[in-house]
Write a protein that binds this ligand. Structure first.
Ligand code: ADP
Ligand code: MG
Length: 729
């Protein structure tokens, strides 16, 4: 077995960076060549078909069948001219990743052979035999029909000779079975609510767009070493492995020069991304060894999320060309930095205003503060929903577990914005304000420094931080679909903005002036949300204690965190904003419980297998060598000398024996625990039992294996060690 490890190491040492060819000098020369974007639509579509698609994107209008036919013709012409032979409806099922089923563009010809064909019907709707995707019981397999329907707001693109058409995935009875459907609905909800509030400040606003800029963190591991770690192959993380003597203590990886092999990978990846119109902007080393990050220029949230999902897929493919494997797991290695996917979120108007950028005058700054305060209130009221939206088996190793930030939601605003809120709290009075008071307040509000963007403190420990012109929801995991957190955030903010409008209008109706009404409601919200504002160290133990005092929730168990999706307020929130019906919410939560249980089950099986078939035999082998050595010593030396010489070795033999026995006993107990859990029918209860009774064994067993790794002869150890996985490249 150890042979495999050494062969892998040998391979890595002999690797060279793979050269990358680029056909163009400038990115702008080939950006988006594989996307059916507006310039191409203009060229390939009739005027009216072009307008129909633009209206679908800009105004949310449906594209009728006649127009769809025309769009299909244009799309086919463009795609086939650019080498596409197949098309697929591309969607985001509730599993990790995206799904596609390819069909060739062919039908029987008039005489012999085939001709290329495509129609509006095929563009608009498909019925893939997608009965194996999880639906949480919404769609029984016997009526396994699920439909994909064209999302005209996200442009089609070509990958490897296949035209990919972004679609939603819904059941025969109309329920959402994917991430995109509720994401689009949540975008509509926040558009509607935010536009209504914007009208207090600017009569010209007709649409508000939600923006997303994700930051994708990942690890790259050499393919040979990866393949020698069955735990990485099967679960995406190392289930064992003693810490490397050196890892990230010296902070010498973060932002340092990018290793050449990785650099070539990034170039190759970026070329592919640019062809697909993914605006990658930033690349750098992250904190942990072999950890990296890619981030684009932000875009409209639905498109940005499609781009993130597409990029993750390309990242995996391109990695293979460079003999790497990319790890999206949130915590592939214990003890060092995990990977997140910060969701940078903002709202902007069709008049060109970022609602999360401070303005230049009192009015626009009041608008800015209105949106900041309402987002904060939405997070405060929906802490449990926000947590549920980002929690998963893998992300829980990064949040809430030991060595990770606690899973408490708090909001960081930075000194400038905090000061402004404190000032409003003080300056706004409950009675009618005098003209002087009002002028003074407005002057102050007008004074939010323009340099705030560069000024915002960089608190890296806050799960939800204001960073100058946006909020960063940082708790989202690197493997997650951004839609999950965005659905929660958009919907919560939409509901809060609705409430805000109701409250302000009520005051206005009672005779209070508009600006004063806004002041008064904001003041109430500022006072109400104080507990969620926290600018200190979110990773410290003191914060856990302090947060509890403030009444903030902190739920570390995954099933318990997920269960909060099913509370009455959350059901009501999603239903009232028309984002998810109760059935849909229950269905997808069920899928989450099942995913959790299955992931723990798989990890438990893999660990049990590796422990018994790889680790124990290795330890026994080394123990046998030691025993032979002791016996030989006894033959050669006098009794007295032998006792002295063999003492330490005998201790070691006992120590190894102790770990072997512990591993065997615990693996047996873990299997028993699984048996008990496996017969539980109810998916929530089952997940909870897995969490309580199976999951702890993963750490218990690992503890003994990691101890053995330190004792057993390096030459015998079968699995690549942390120092090799993280530093050999
Ligand atoms: P940092 O690591 O400092 O947070 P990065 O440059 O890595 O910054 O990532 C910032 C992300 O935030 C990028 O994707 C960027 O496009 C995005 N972003 C910047 N401004 C906004 C905004 N107004 N709304 C949404 N996303 C934004
Ligand atoms: Mg960031």
């Amino acid at each position: 077995m150890a042979e495999f490890r050494f062969k892998a190491l040998q391979k890595v040492i002999e690797r060279h960076p793979v050269p990358v060819k680029r056909d163009h000098n400038l990115i702008s020369d080939f950006y988006g060549i594989n996307v059916f974007d507006r310039p191409k639509m203009k060229k390939y579509l009739s005027k009216e078909a072009y307008k129909a698609v633009c209206d679908a994107v800009d105004l949310g209008r449906a594209v009728d069948r006649k127009m769809a036919d025309q769009v299909a013709q244009g799309m086919k012409a463009w795609a086939t001219e650019n080498g596409a032979t197949h098309y697929t409806h591309w969607f985001h099922p509730l599993t990790d990743g995206t799904a596609e089923k390819h069909d060739a563009f062919i039908v029987h010809g008039e005489e012999n052979g085939v001709v290329e064909a495509f129609s509006g019907k095929l563009l608009a709707q498909q019925e893939p035999d997608a009965s194996s995707f999880p639906s949480g019981g919404i769609r029984q397999t016997f009526e396994a029909r699920g439909y994909t329907a064209w999302d005209a707001s996200s442009p089609a693109f070509i990958v490897d000779g296949t035209l990919c058409i972004p679609t939603v995935f819904i059941s025969y009875t109309g329920e959402a079975l994917d991430y995109k459907t509720p994401l689009l609905k949540s975008i509509q909800a926040v558009d509607k609510a935010a536009t209504a509030v914007c009208l207090y400040f600017d009569k010209n606003v007709t649409k508000v767009t939600a923006n997303l800029g994700w930051e994708q963190e990942y690890f790259l591991i050499d393919e040979a070493l990866f393949s020698a770690r069955p735990d990485l192959v099967l679960t995406g993380r190392t289930l064992m492995g003693h810490a490397s003597s050196k890892d990230q203590q010296l902070d010498d990886h973060y932002f340092s020069s990018i290793p050449t092999r990785v650099y070539r990978y990034m170039e190759d990846l970026e070329n592919e991304a640019y062809k697909l119109g993914i605006p990658l902007k930033t690349r750098h080393n992250e904190v942990a060894p072999n950890q990296f990050e890619a981030a684009p220029i932000f875009e409209e949230a639905n498109l940005a999320n499609d781009h993130n999902q597409l990029l993750m897929d390309i990242m995996k493919k391109v990695a293979r060309r460079h003999y790497f494997r990319v790890l999206f797991h949130e915590k592939p290695f214990a003890g060092i930095n995990g990977s997140g996917k910060h969701n940078n979120w903002s709202l902007s108007t069709d008049t060109g205003v970022n609602l999360y950028s401070p303005g230049k005058n009192p009015k626009s700054n009041l608008q800015f503060l209105t949106f900041v305060v309402n987002a904060m209130k939405a997070v405060y009221d929906n802490q449990d929903l926000m947590r549920a939206s980002i929690i998963s088996d893998s992300n829980s190793h990064r949040l809430g577990a030991n060595e990770a930030p606690p899973s408490i939601l708090s909001v960081f605003l930075g000194t400038e914005v905090s000061k402004m809120l404190d000032l409003m709290e003080e300056a706004v009075v409950d009675r009618k304000m005098t003209p002087d008071e009002k002028t003074a307040l407005k002057l102050n509000i007008g004074r939010i420094p323009e340099i705030i963007l560069d000024n915002t403190d960089r608190n890296r420990t806050s799960p939800f931080a204001f960073t100058g012109n946006r909020f960063e929801f940082r708790a989202a995991g690197s493997s997650a679909n951004c839609a999950s957190s965005l659905i929660a955030l958009n919907t919560a903010v939409a509901a809060q903005l609705d409430q805000f409008k109701i409250d302000v209008d009520k005051l206005i109706e009672s005779g209070v002036k508009k600006d004063e009404a806004i002041f008064q409601i904001l003041k109430k919200l500022i006072i109400n949300t104080k507990p969620i504002r926290f600018d200190g160290d979110g990773y410290s133990n003191d914060w856990v204690v302090e947060a509890q005092k403030r009444g903030l929730s902190n739920i570390n168990s995954v099933p318990e965190a997920l269960e909060r999706y099913l509370t009455e307020p959350v059901k009501k929130l999603f239903a009232s904003q028309q984002v998810l019906t109760e059935t849909e919410l229950e269905g997808r939560t069920e899928v989450e419980f099942e995913k959790f249980t299955m992931k723990v089950q798989i990890e438990a099986r893999v660990l049990g297998d590796l422990a018994i078939n790889h680790i124990v035999p290795t330890a026994v082998q080394y123990q046998t060598t030691l025993l032979t050595n002791v016996r030989n010593l006894k033959e050669v030396f006098s009794e007295e000398e032998f006792e002295e010489l063999a003492h330490a070795r005998k201790e070691l033999i006992r120590e190894i024996g102790g770990h072997i026995s512990a591993i065997k006993a615990k693996v047996r107990e873990m299997i028993e625990a699984r048996k008990v859990a496996n017969v539980i029918e109810d998916s929530i209860e089952k997940a909870k039992v897995y969490d309580r009774t199976v999951r702890p064994y993963l750490n218990d067993i690992r503890y003994h294996i990691d101890k053995l790794e330190l004792i057993v002869d390096n030459e015998l150890w079968p699995l690549p060690k942390y120092r090799e996985l993280l530093f050999v490249r």
